[in-house]
Design a protein around this ligand. Structure first.
Ligand code: C5P
Length: 311
C-alpha cells in the first residue's frame, strides 16, 4: 500500500532523546535466549540525540550529523531503521522515510545512544503516520527491538528487570550532577557480557537484586550515599577489555568524587559529584592529567524521548 499524503499528516517530526547511565547494574545468569537477567536502575541524563524523520520515497534512508556522525551506521543495521520499519509495518504502509540523526551521544559507549535513536524513530514515525500506536504500543515494540529502548522512551529514573526492558518507576528527588568521561573507541556490548561470563567461569551467579541503599539514596536525595552505593557487575569485564580505564577510575576517586563507575557496558565512566563547581574541578583535573577524550558535565534525571518539532 502506498502512503497517501493529506493535509492532516505531518511531514517532519523531530524527537529529542536522552542518554542513560546505570546507577546499579546487577547481572544474573545467562538465560536460554542468550540474554542475561538484570536488575538495574537507569537514570536519563542531559545529553541528547535529535532524531528527525521526514517522508521520502526511497525506502528508509539514514544520515547523521554532529559530533559522532562518522560512527553511525547508515544502513539497515541501524536500530533506528529497524524501529521505523516496525512502525510502518504496524500501519501497513510502505516504509518511505528519511531519518537524520543529530548525534551527540557517543557510539558504543554504554550510554544507550543507539537505543535513543531507535526510540526517537519509533515516536517520530508513529507521529508522522497519525500517532495511533500510543505510548503503551510503542513500549511493546521498543522492548522487542532492544533491552534499553523502553527506558529511552520513558526517561527519568527507573528500575529495569527481565533483560532490562521491564520497567518500574523509581522514586527519586532532586537533581544529581555527573561527569562523563568518554572514550574515542567504543566497546561491544555482547563482548562485554561474554567477558563477564568468562571471568565468572562455570559457577551460576545468583539472581540479581535491586539494592535498597540506592533506592533510599534516591528518595532522600543523598548524593553522598548514592555515590557509595553505585555498582556495576559489568565493570570488571569492561576494565578487563580496556585496562586503561582503570587509571581513569582511580584518578576520579582520588579527585574526591562521590562515586565512580563504568556506565553500562562501558567504556564511558560516570562520576557522581556534589555540584556544578565540583563537576568543573574534576573535569579540568582529569584533562590536565592527560585525559584527551571529551569530558561532559550532565544532570540527571531528565525526561525521556519527546517531540520537539512537528510540521
Ligand atoms: O538488547 P540489546 O540489543 O541492547 O542487547 C545487545 C547484546 O547485549 C545482546 O545481544 C546480548 O549479547 C547482550 N545482553 C545480554 N543481556 C542483557 C542485555 C544485553 O547478554 N540483559
Amino acid at each position: 500500500m502506498s502512503l497517501a499524503h493529506n493535509s492532516v499528516e505531518r511531514e517532519r517530526v523531530v524527537v529529542r532523546v536522552p542518554a542513560k547511565i546505570n546507577l546499579h547494574l546487577g547481572v544474573g545468569p545467562r538465560r536460554p535466549d542468550g540474554y542475561h537477567s538484570l536488575a538495574t536502575i537507569y537514570q536519563a541524563v542531559s545529553l541528547h540525540d535529535d532524531v528527525a524523520v521526514t517522508r521520502d520515497g526511497n525506502g528508509i534512508t539514514i544520515s547523521a550529523v554532529g559530533a559522532y556522525a562518522d560512527q553511525v551506521p547508515t544502513d539497515a543495521s541501524n536500530l533506528a531503521a529497524r524501529a521505523a520499519l516496525r512502525v510502518a509495518e504496524h500501519y501497513r504502509v510502505d516504509p518511505n522515510f528519511h531519518i537524520e540523526i543529530s548525534k551527540s551521544i557517543p557510539v558504543a559507549a554504554g550510554l544507550a545512544g543507539g537505543s535513543a535513536d531507535a526510540a526517537g524513530a519509533l515516536i517520530a514515525v508513529d507521529a508522522l503516520l497519525g500517532g495511533e500506536i500510543g505510548r503503551d504500543g510503542l513500549m511493546t515494540i521498543a522492548a522487542e527491538l532492544g533491552s534499553d529502548i523502553p527506558f529511552s522512551l520513558s526517561g527519568g529514573t527507573a528500575i529495569g528487570t527481565g533483560r532490562g526492558e521491564v520497567l518500574a518507576p523509581a522514586m527519586a528527588r532532586g537533581t544529581f550532577h555527573w561527569v562523563l568521561v568518554t572514550s574515542s573507541a567504543g566497546l561491544s556490548t555482547p563482548e562485554v557480557y561474554a567477558e563477564l561470563d568468562r571471568i565468572r567461569g562455570a559457577g551460576e551467579p545468583a539472581d540479581p537484586e535491586i539494592p535498597s541503599a540506592v533506592m533510599q539514596a534516591l528518595v532522600a536525595h543523598d548524593p553522598q550515599a548514592l555515590g557509595a552505593a553505585l555498582d556495576n557487575d559489568l565493570q570488571e569485564a569492561a576494565l578487563s577489555l580496556r585496562p586503561v580505564l582503570r587509571e581513569r577510575v582511580s584518578m576520579a576517586r582520588e579527585l574526591g568524587a562521590l562515586g565512580v563507575l563504568v556506565s553500562g557496558s562501558g567504556p564511558t565512566i560516570a562520576i557522581l559529584v556534589r555540584d556544578d563547581e565540583q563537576a568543573l574541578d574534576v573535569s579540568v583535573a582529569l584533562a590536565s592529567h592527560g585525559v584527551a577524550d571529551p569530558i561532559l558535565r550532565v544532570l540527571g534525571p531528565v525526561p525521556g524521548a519527546r517531540i520537539i518539532e512537528s510540521i
